[in-house]
Design a protein around this ligand. Structure first.
Ligand code: ARG
Length: 651
């Protein structure tokens, strides 16, 4: 049983004498960061005092009186308004550490209540190049899958690729009119990306051209309004100022919209051949939509093209997943559900959950203004319909108990509507969670782009990470009197440092927040980075190597001794790996694991500074410290592995 559960159990017995509902009280017992307050703190007296109408300190005293915990802790202290502070006995920490030292799972017991969880992540829209925005879902989703599995759950990772959307109409149109056969032979995915971009650009051109007069008019109106206010201000000066600044803002945003349209138009006008294409394809946007509709309607020509495009797109994706070390149990894209969509709509209509609104079939969800549209007025099914069919499949065929969607937070409204609709539709015992995340930003505070303003392709991002890491790896190894790594080994280490760096930088932020992409910080060998952890791991491996000791032979049997505060702090921290895993899984936040790793690495470095391993006072102490070192190395290795990050023994 985990350290925390052991303590909670003891409290449970004591609390039962005061209340029958102990579970929420037990939640209030947690590890504390500040050693002045001991190792654990129980905050249940305050909330219990309200139920019992007794002063909290009195309640705390009663809890402590009923508590049998002497074998684990020093005498509990009651502090402040009624906190109960617990300090573990050194002997108890030592004996627990000794007990798990040889454990493959580092003391983490598999869950008693395994669930089958489907994790829907990565899920890019294919036929567009995969970019940095897709990285977050891929990296976070993969870390969640690995952690769930380690905890003993059954996991099905599912890449719900967007392989049926409007982008296919665009590339079909592009292919029919603009394909460069040599480029298509040579690099089909590159050519498809070019076609996609081209069709998009030409449609945008016409779209902006059509909107231009209206936008110009809006600037005019805003300007006139501003002048009116200047000539004829409101008699109340405060109000006049407010109105004027409002009008200025309006003029500014109208001018910005106009400038944006101008820049789209200019980007085509400035290139004669592009302008000629644009002029000979004035209805391109509509025609591309028609191609999508024909594809969905079963048109053979379009389906053949789709069948030709798709494998190329998927294998380009696969190349990236292979480099990232990410794998999926299934890749069932949107197209897989196509045949099921009519029955989804029928079923929702039969249950009178869907109604016709302005020709479209919609589900109205209480408290939400926007309806959930499951069939458009032209008969087309939507992203929503597919997601409903997917829920049905995952529940009925895959038998999932829980589904996680690791998707950008901009889609949160979609998922709210989806979950409510699914619930009403009858999937009310299924756990559904949108594991949302923020945007990857550049140092300029805007979404991360290349200097030319394009989204950053994933392939080139990975290449750059590895080549930057290689510089660091070379420098490190060259500094040694005798370098340890061959060129192949250096390349391998650069790969794990580069890719580990990208992943860790993403994972160590709370997923809801936007994070700034910063190469230097990401690959630094000090601070809260993958490289720091990876080098710490290699350094510990080096200790054993220099002593010509087999790490495995140190794992079990000998006792761990606690002889000072650094040893104590490290051992206590290592004993709480299971708590870190539980916290990650309680709301699917991998940064709680990186935080644990960083904290652990910090405690280790303090321990290693103060406590000599090689020249320990006695053979027993030396062995005990080596056990801690080995456990630490495995904690780093396992913790990083749960985040999808590799380690190397020599680097
Ligand atoms: N393909 C979608 C996009 O790129 C994400 C899909 C997420 N998963 C889902 N079941 N809706 O925006």
């Amino acid at each position: 049983m985990s350290l925390l559960s052991t303590i909670r159990n003891r409290f449970d017995t004591a609390l039962r004498q005061l209340t029958s509902d102990t579970a929420p009280m037990l939640e209030l017992i947690r590890p504390v960061q500040d050693p002045r307050f001991g190792d654990f703190q129980a905050n249940c007296a305050m909330s219990l005092s309200r139920h019992l109408s007794l002063p909290p300190r009195e309640v705390a005293a009663r809890i402590v009186a009923g508590l049998r915990i002497d074998d684990l802790c020093e005498t509990p202290e009651i502090a402040g308004p009624g906190f109960i502070n617990l300090r573990l006995r050194d002997s108890y920490i030592a004996s627990r550490m000794t007990a798990i030292a040889g454990d493959e799972r580092l003391g983490v017991e598999p869950t008693e209540r395994p669930r089958h969880v489907v994790v829907d992540f990565s899920s890019p829209n294919v036929a567009k190049p995969m970019h940095v925005g897709h990285l977050r879902s891929t990296v976070i989703g993969d870390a969640i899958c690995r952690t769930l599995k380690f905890a003993g759950h059954r996991v099905t990772s599912d890449n719900h690729v967007g392989d049926w959307g409007t982008q296919f109409g665009m590339i079909i149109y592009g292919y029919r009119h603009f394909v460069n056969p040599a480029a298509w032979q040579d690099d089909p995915v590159g050519e498809l990306a070019r076609l996609y971009k081209l069709v998009n650009q030409l449609s945008d051109y016409h779209d902006n051209l059509a909107r231009y007069p209206g936008l110009a008019e809006a600037v005019n109106t805003a300007e006139q309004q501003l002048q009116r206010l200047q000539h004829n201000p409101d008699p109340d000066p405060g109000k006049a100022q407010k109105l004027a600044s409002q009008a200025r803002r309006q003029r500014e945003s109208a001018a910005e919209a106009l400038a944006a349209a101008e820049s789209v138009i200019d980007s085509v006008r400035s290139r004669t051949e592009l302008l000629a294409l644009a002029e000979s394809h004035p209805a391109i946007a509509r025609l591309a939509r028609d191609e999508t509709a024909r594809l969905h309607g079963g048109d053979t020509g379009n389906q053949n093209l789709w069948n030709e495009f798709l494998p190329a797109c998927l294998s380009a994706l696969q190349r990236i997943y292979d480099r990232l070390g990410v794998r999926f149990d299934i890749t069932l894209g949107e197209s897989y559900y196509n045949g099921m969509l009519p029955e989804v709509v029928e079923s929702l209509k039969r249950q009178e959950l869907a109604t016709i609104s302005e020709g479209a079939v919609c589900v109205f969800v209480d408290g939400n203004k926007a309806p959930f549209m499951i069939q458009k007025s032209d008969g087309a099914f939507t992203y929503a319909t597919t997601d409903l069919a997917t829920i049905r499949y995952r529940t009925e065929t895959l038998q999932a108990a829980e589904i996680l969607y690791v998707v950008d937070k901009r889609q949160s409204e979609h998922f709210q509507l989806l979950f409510r609709t699914a619930q009403k539709w009858g999937y009310d015992r299924l756990q559904l969670q949108h594991v949302s995340f923020g945007t990857v930003m550049g140092k300029d505070g805007k979404p991360y782009k290349t200097r030319a303003g394009d989204t950053v392709g994933l392939e080139s991002l990975i290449d750059e990470a590895i080549s930057r890491a290689r510089v660091i790896v070379d420098e490190n190894d060259d500094r040694r009197d005798v370098p340890l790594l061959s060129p192949t080994e250096r390349a391998r280490v650069a790969e794990i440092v580069g890719i580990g760096g990208i992943k860790y930088a993403d994972l160590h932020h709370n997923r809801d927040s936007d994070y700034v992409f910063d190469w230097d910080r990401m690959l630094a060998t000090t601070g809260d980075t993958a490289a720091y952890m990876q080098y710490a791991y290699a350094r510990i491996c080096g200790i054993f190597r220099r002593l010509s000791l087999d790490r495995r032979s140190f794992r079990a049997g000998d006792p761990v001794l606690i002889t000072g505060p650094e040893e104590r702090a490290l051992a206590l921290q290592l004993l709480q790996f299971d708590f870190a895993i539980d916290s990650v899984l309680s709301d699917y936040r991998p940064h709680l694991l990186t935080a644990w790793l960083f904290e652990t690495a910090d405690k280790f470095s303090k321990f290693y500074d103060r406590c000599s391993v090689q020249d320990a006072e006695s053979a027993e102490l030396r062995r005990s410290r080596l056990i801690l070192c080995d456990f630490m190395a495995r904690a780093l290795h396992t913790g990083l592995a749960l985040l999808g990050i590799e380690t190397a023994e020599v680097m």
